[in-house]
Design a protein around this ligand. Structure first.
Ligand SMILES: Cc1ncc(C[n+]2csc(CCOP(=O)(O)OP(=O)(O)O)c2C)c(N)n1
Ligand code: SF4
Ligand SMILES: [Mg+2]
Length: 277
């Protein structure tokens, strides 16, 4: 075997020695695998990748990857990831978390992350539930999803995260299914390499609090349409589909947020002097 081939990183090289504490069968295992496979496909040096998360079962993911990682606070993954990318524009930044983290408490940050269009990839492992805190409804839970905590269902219509991302200016919008790791890997490679803010919703079943989601593998299907560069057309498709179309729905060409000037030209002391004079 030549030296060049033996030095190629494998998906397993991107996984850390920490064993995931997710429930057996949780969809997030496959998301972890897909991220590792996408990084291996791109042959990104592990020290050139930062994975940033909030709080939730899904947000544990940085601990299981052999890259830089930061397990932040609930709902604040995107501001943290933005800070990392601004300070270190040479890093590939992946932000990852759950539907509760990203759409409830972190919902406002999602709007502005899309709008700013900073070059990073945001992965939401959507199980339509707060898994870690034992099954409260999230913004993607169906209005009639009956449970002990919400008898008769939450009674509030879920929103369409992909439409919100499109309306807010995300430059790449896709929906994947964790049970299709090869397709998810391809979409993640595409998302990571596309300039600007890429948003990938991954349907990732919570087998413990949403056993009904085991059925998703029979419900998902490839999107019957090709990727469009027209955000309004993509939004119409998402508003009218069955929620199980898998594929890259939109690829825009909006320039990513300007390259950050990393050279510090003035120190804090200089700024203090300017302030008092
Ligand atoms: C500020 C704050 N509010 C609430 C919580 C409690 N909390 C922890 S995880 C979580 C929800 C997680 O749901 P989601 O982001 O969908 O992740 P999942 O566990 O489903 O992967 C909540 C409400 C918290 N840790 N911090
Ligand atoms: S509670 Fe649900 S989301 Fe959390 S690890 Fe278990 S199956 Fe996964
Ligand atoms: Mg969730």
């Amino acid at each position: 075997m030549s030296e060049a081939i033996s030095q190629r990183l494998k998906a397993s090289d991107y996984k850390s020695a920490n064993k995931p504490v997710w429930c057996p069968g949780c969809g997030d295992f496959h998301v972890l695998l897909s991220i590792a496979k996408a990084l291996a496909h791109l042959q990104l040096p592990t020290e050139k990748v930062a994975v940033i998360s909030g709080i939730g079962c899904s947000s544990r993911i940085p601990a299981y990857l052999n890259t830089y990682g930061f397990h932040g606070v609930h709902g604040r993954a995107l501001p943290l990831a933005t800070g990392v990318k601004v300070a270190r524009s040479d890093l590939t930044v992946i932000c990852a978390g759950g539907d509760g983290d990203g759409f409830s408490i972190g919902g406002n940050h999602l709007l502005h992350a899309c709008r700013r269009n900073i070059d990073m990839t945001y992965i939401v492992m959507d199980n339509e539930i707060y898994g870690m805190t034992k099954g409260q409804p999230s913004p993607t839970t169906a209005a009639d999803w009956d449970s002990k905590l919400t008898p008769g269902g939450p009674g509030i219509s879920p929103f369409h995260p992909l439409v919100i991302a499109l309306a807010s200016g995300a430059n790449f919008v896709a929906r994947a299914f964790s049970g299709d790791p090869n397709g998810t890997t391809e979409m993640l490679v595409d998302a990571i390499t596309h300039p600007g803010f890429s948003f990938v919703q991954i349907l990732s079943p919570c087998v413990t609090f949403r056993p009904d989601q085991k059925n998703w593998k029979k419900q998902v299907h490839p999107a019957p349409v090709t990727t469009t560069a027209d955000a309004s057309q993509a939004a119409r498709r998402v508003m009218t589909d069955d929620g199980f179309n898998i594929g890259v729905l939109y690829k825009g060409s909006r320039p990513a947020y300007r390259q950050i000037v990393t050279t510090v030209t003035r120190t804090n002391r200089d700024l203090e002097k300017e302030f008092v004079t």
